[in-house]
Every structure is written in C-alpha cells, then in structure tokens.
Design a protein around this ligand. Structure first.
Ligand code: F3S
Length: 410
C-alpha cells in the first residue's frame, strides 16, 4: 500500500501512540480489503455508543485511547446511545447504567467528537451534516450509511466501531468498496408493482428487498417518488434502513430520484440484471411481526424522526389519552425545534414522550420492563427481535398510535 509521507510518519509513531494505533487499524482494514492507498474523509460517524452493547470492556478501550491523547481530525458524529442523556430517569434507566453511559459519551467528548459536545443520532443528515455528491466520508450506522451513499450520493463503506474511531483520528480510510466507481453500480433490478404510500410502506418494501438481495446494490424501478413529495427523504431513509437490516444493503438507486441512478446503470443494461419483483407489501409487515396482541410499548422514530414525523404523531394523538407508553426518538436539535413548535406539549399531554439521543433497539429493553414493542420501522422491529430479544409488532404509524390509544394491537 502506498502511504503519503505524513501517513507513514503517523504509522511510525511520529504523532504519538494514539495516532499510531489508529493508523494501524486503518491500514490493516485497508489491506484486508485490497486498498492500494488511503483517502481523506470529510466526516466520520461512530457507532458502538450504547453501554449495553460495549460494556465495561468497550468503555475501558475508549478511555485508554482518550488517555493516550486520541483526538479526531475531522468533524465526527456519534450514533444514538441507549438512553436520553437528560431524561433517562423517565425512561426507567438505572442510575448505575446511566452513569456508565455518560462515561462513554465523556470519553468521546475528550477525543473531540462533536467538537467536545457529541449529539448522538443515526440521522446526522437531519441536523445539517449533508456531504455533497462524491464526497468521501466514513460513517458507521447502517441506515445513515445507506442514506449518505444513496440519497446524498456521497461515498462510504459501513465502518465498524473501532474502524470509525480510527478513521476519525487520522481523517483517512482505505480506498476500497463503495469509495470506488466500479462498486457503486447496480447489481439487482427491483421492479415495484405495488405502490408504497406511507413511510412504513417503504419500510416494508425495504424489508422484502433486503431479505431477497442481501449485499446487492438494488436499482428500483416503478417507485413514484416525485420531487414535490414533502416526505420523500423520510421514505428513502426508512427504505434504506430496512434493507440494511434484513440484508446488508449499503447503497441503492431509485430511477429518476437518487443522484447516481443514471450513472449506476446504463439503460441498455437494465434488463440483463437479476430481477426481483415486489407486488405485495403486507408480507413485508408480516415478516417482522410476532404473533402477539398484547404489547407494552409503542416506539416511533427509527431511524430518528424528522420534524415532519414528530408533527404527524402530534396530529394523531392530539386530544387523546394514551393507554400505553408511546416513545418517539429523535436527534436533540430536532427535539428542540419540536419544543418550539409546541409539538412536544401535544404529545406529552396525551401521555407520550419524545426522547432525544436514544435508540430503543440498543437499550436494555427487558430490564426496562418491556416484552413486546410495536413500531412502524422494519429495522426497529428487526433489532427489537434480534438484539433486544423482545417480541415486535411492525405496522403503520397510524396502527402504532391506535395501539397506544386503545392499549392493545388490533
Ligand atoms: Fe437508528 Fe436505532 Fe433505528 S440506531 S435506525 S433508531 S435501530
């Protein structure tokens, strides 16, 4: 692998042990994937933030790296934590867990993540972090990776936890995978014969396509997503999130919609690709729904909710009295705007809560007392089942809110 003089000096320890350790990781990963050089990245998003997932071993690892003097070289963001960093008591977290989660955030802050004030979210693009078409970045959370690659047209592989931290410290990643033109071309054609309407319909569609295409680069045909659709980005974010969960899709194209669709597949070659046909979305909902009627939590905001999504929840619960806990998760700056607009008051008056920073799927859900959770996100349902180990019900936002109002799934 060719390294610049500066990169070689970092690898040789010229910038201290923290940078050397980061270079060793970045170079090792680049070598494994056959990269011939490193490329500068404009920004990094780090996953592996929930204390439930990383535990004491992960926390010690972060602290040691911070103690060694690790500092990020490029703007760096954090994935969600297990809990709302301010309102965790209301979620039922144990103070000991909360203290550990705070220490994880503190370690990242010492490294300069978020310029010392990390804002944990899986939708950094909703709070102003929107790389331009063709920009190289190193992001980690699978739905954010899908969005930045597909909807924004920037370039990233799905970075692992330590790999993303290392990339942030040296501002480099290997030139392989989705950083290269050749790997960004479509490999499967998806013919959509049933028109998804709601945001959760796009999630159900993504669940089916991810399951059938696994690591492919899907090229969607037949999706009616015009530029005037005010929820276009919400639909695309949940579509990508679902494909990343049931498959490992990190990049997709939508004919006439996403920035690289025209480049990704020259028209005469469309017909030679393997074709997947989707003509029913109910099976996408069923795929991620357990056979339970009794649920004890309704969770919306996966990926983290936009202002429009919070507004829709407020409209649905206005004047109602919820029988089940309803949690909406979002980025803290989005929540702040929702507060200004009175949306949080409406949701809380009905008995719901809007939590910042948090992701329910990576929280100790059972320890919080929940065993069955309803959600409008295929990705949320997938991880509730497989990571949080609770039953899941996947439906539309309307069905989820109705369950919260009526106290049971219908
Ligand atoms: Fe985000 Fe958690 Fe969903 S990280 S995409 S809210 S599973």
């Amino acid at each position: 692998m060719r390294l610049t003089k500066e990169e070689q000096a970092w690898l040789d320890g010229g910038d201290g042990p923290a940078t050397r350790r980061a270079m060793e990781i970045v170079v090792a990963l680049a070598s494994i994937y056959g990269a011939e050089r490193l490329i500068p990245v404009e920004s990094v998003q780090i996953s592996g933030v929930s204390f439930r997932n990383i535990g004491d071993a992960g926390l010690d690892f972060l602290r040691r790296w911070a103690d060694e003097g690790a500092r990020v070289r490029v703007p760096t963001m954090l994935n969600p934590t297990a809990m709302d960093m301010v309102d965790w008591r209301c979620q039922g977290f144990d103070p000991d867990f909360a203290a550990k989660q705070q220490q994880v955030i503190d370690a990242f802050a010492r490294m300069g993540v978020g310029e010392g004030t990390p804002v944990p979210t899986c939708t950094p693009y909703l709070i102003g972090n929107r790389p331009a078409v063709g920009a190289h970045v190193a992001w980690a959370e699978s739905s954010a990776v899908s969005f930045v690659n597909s909807v924004l047209g920037a370039r990233t592989n799905r970075e692992g936890g330590p790999g993303a931290i290392a990339a942030a410290i040296v501002g480099r990643t290997g030139a392989y995978g989705l950083h290269l033109d050749a790997n960004r071309r479509a490999t499967v054609r998806v013919e959509v014969r049933v028109q998804p309407e709601t945001i959760s319909d796009y999630s159900a569609l993504g669940a089916l396509v991810g399951q059938q295409t696994r690591k492919a680069v899907p090229y969607f045909q037949g999706l009616a997503l015009d530029a005037a659709d005010p929820l276009r980005e919400e639909k695309l974010k949940t579509l990508g999130a679902a494909m990343a969960a049931t498959g490992a899709v990190a990049l997709y194209h939508v004919e006439g919609v996403t920035p690289e669709a025209a480049f990704s597949i020259p028209t005469p070659q469309v017909s030679v690709l393997r074709k997947v046909t989707i003509d029913d979305l109910r099976s996408g909902y069923a795929l991620l729904s357990d056979d339970v009627d009794a649920i004890d939590l309704v969770w919306l905001g996966c990926p983290h909710a936009s202002l429009a999504e919070i507004s829709r929840v407020a409209d649905l619960v206005r004047g109602q009295t919820l029988r089940l806990p309803l949690w909406v998760t979002c980025a803290r700056p989005v929540r702040a705007v929702a507060v200004e607009q009175g949306l949080i008051d409406v949701i809380e008056a009905a008995g719901g809560k809007v939590f910042a920073d948090a992701c329910v799927a990576i929280a100790p859900v059972r320890d919080l007392g929940f065993t069955a959770v309803a959600t409008a996100s295929a990705k949320g349902a997938y991880y509730l089942r497989n990571l949080a180990k609770v039953d899941a019900k996947f439906g539309t936002v309307g069905e989820c809110v109705r369950a919260a109002i009526e106290g049971k799934w219908r």
